[in-house]
Design a protein around this ligand. Structure first.
Ligand SMILES: *Cc1c(COP(=O)(O)O)cnc(C)c1O
Length: 409
């Protein structure tokens, strides 16, 4: 007997849950890709994508995953041999740095570890020391999905400006777009990267690179850029087929139209961010109640530096067992730990992650947390009581903050 039959839930930090209505929007015959409805609809996506990233600048769309965005952002802004500075807060920053190395860039990292946030002042100091302005970009992961640490993009921009340094600020917002607040223009982000499979609630397969005029000027001397990566025809296509350098991702585009309708035109991006903030606090409240020495523990101690999209956790000796219990007994898939220990190290099994990005409600999250609590009990793992009570209290208080007077009678 297993209690996993019935609805299944995915609580991993990407791909996220694709809403039924997005799947339905994608379920259709192949369209005319040259003229007509699809071309018009594709154009309509651009202003809505910009609303989600809070920018008036340009966006290039790619067929690919997050790695595609990493490479496209770098190749459009750099010449081989350029120096880039990569503050690290986990495995995803390291991955982006490795990609830069592969393109022939000189990569300098500052490792801030996996538990405390990036210190913008140290980045500022490094830029002040770089009197020759050799550093061309700061590559910063907004939410490093491996540790669930969130970096303060605006603070890093202030440091770059205070140092009088011309480096571009490039931000990997692949995990955070549509989950954590992002203000590309107000925060002075020059290049912003996103993917389809996280906050945008689509299957993996599309990548987005937003760029401003400063970044586009760097494009002039970028000898890394290939015709395929070139963001100019993608952002401003002379013919429809140039937007994707070939066949458009027809079905993803219909799915994206639907998800942007949900995010931008129905719920509203501010409300989407507020929902993620409340649901993230719900997750933290449950785990804070469950925390015990030697038991389950939130990776990021300071709530100010925690992402609203994903939570990384330690459960010494039992992380994998908890994931397996949830999968087999509760129909709940949790995320594996990434980058906290090598895969062949026994400590690899100490880590797991809960994704809470995108298509998530109070109802679905309480189900996820209830199953995790049941798993802790079933495995006999040391833990405190009252996790679900604490979670319910956050939901109850959040609903009062959020609801207009009419729904409260
Ligand atoms: C998911 C993710 C990526 C990588 O995306 P892929 O689609 O796996 O290539 C990069 N950066 C961050 C922060 C992510 O969360």
């Amino acid at each position: 007997m297993s209690l996993a039959h019935g609805p299944q839930t995915l609580a991993i930090p990407g791909p996220s849950i694709v809403p039924e209505r997005v799947l339905r929007a994608m379920h259709r015959a192949s369209p005319n890709i040259y003229t007509g409805a699809l071309v018009e609809m594709t154009r309509s996506l651009v202003p809505d994508l910009k609303r989600v990233a809070r920018t008036e600048q340009q966006v290039a769309m790619y067929i690919g995953n997050g790695h595609t965005a990493w490479e496209a952002a770098l190749s459009n802004t750099h010449a081989r041999g350029d120096r880039v500075l990569v503050p690290l807060n986990g495995a995803f920053g390291r991955g982006w740095a490795e990609m830069a190395e592969g393109l022939g860039l000189q990569v300098e990292t500052i490792d801030f570890g996996t538990a405390s946030a990036i210190d913008a002042a140290r980045i500022g100091q490094r830029l002040r020391d770089d009197r020759a302005h050799e550093i061309r970009s700061v590559l910063l992961v907004h939410v490093d999905t491996s540790t669930s640490l969130r970096a303060d993009l605006a603070a890093v921009r202030r440091e770059i400006d205070a140092a009088g340094h011309p480096a571009l600020l490039q931000a990997d917002c692949i995990a955070s777009l549509g989950c954590d607040r992002i203000e590309m223009d107000a925060w002075g982000v020059d290049v912003l990267l996103a993917g389809s499979q996280k906050g945008l609630m689509l299957p993996p397969g599309m990548a987005f690179v937003f760029f401003n005029e400063r970044a586009d000027r760097a494009r002039e001397r970028a000898d890394c850029v290939t015709r395929h990566d070139d963001w100019r025809p993608r952002a401003d296509p002379p013919t429809p087929s140039q937007r994707f350098n070939g066949t458009a991702p027809t079905h993803h585009l219909h799915g994206l139209r639907e998800s942007l309708d949900m995010i931008v035109h129905e719920e509203g991006i501010e409300a989407v961010w507020a929902r993620h903030a409340t649901l993230a606090r719900t997750v933290w409240a449950a785990f804070e109640a469950w925390e015990r020495p030697g038991g389950v523990r939130l990776n990021v101690r300071d709530p100010a530096h925690r992402s609203h999209a994903v939570t990384a956790l330690t459960l010494p000796g039992h992380g994998t067992r908890l994931r397996e219990w949830c999968e087999l007994q509760a129909g709940l898939t949790l995320g594996i730990g990434i980058g906290m220990a090598p895969p062949d190290d026994p400590r690899w099994h100490d880590f797991f992650r809960v994704g809470h990005m995108g298509h998530l409600s109070a109802h679905s999250l309480l189900g996820t947390l209830g199953c995790i609590g049941a798993g802790l009990k079933a495995l006999g793992v040391p833990h405190g009581e009252g996790g679900l009570e604490a979670a319910m209290a956050v939901i109850a208080a959040g609903s009062i903050e959020a609801s207009p007077a009419t729904t409260r009678g």
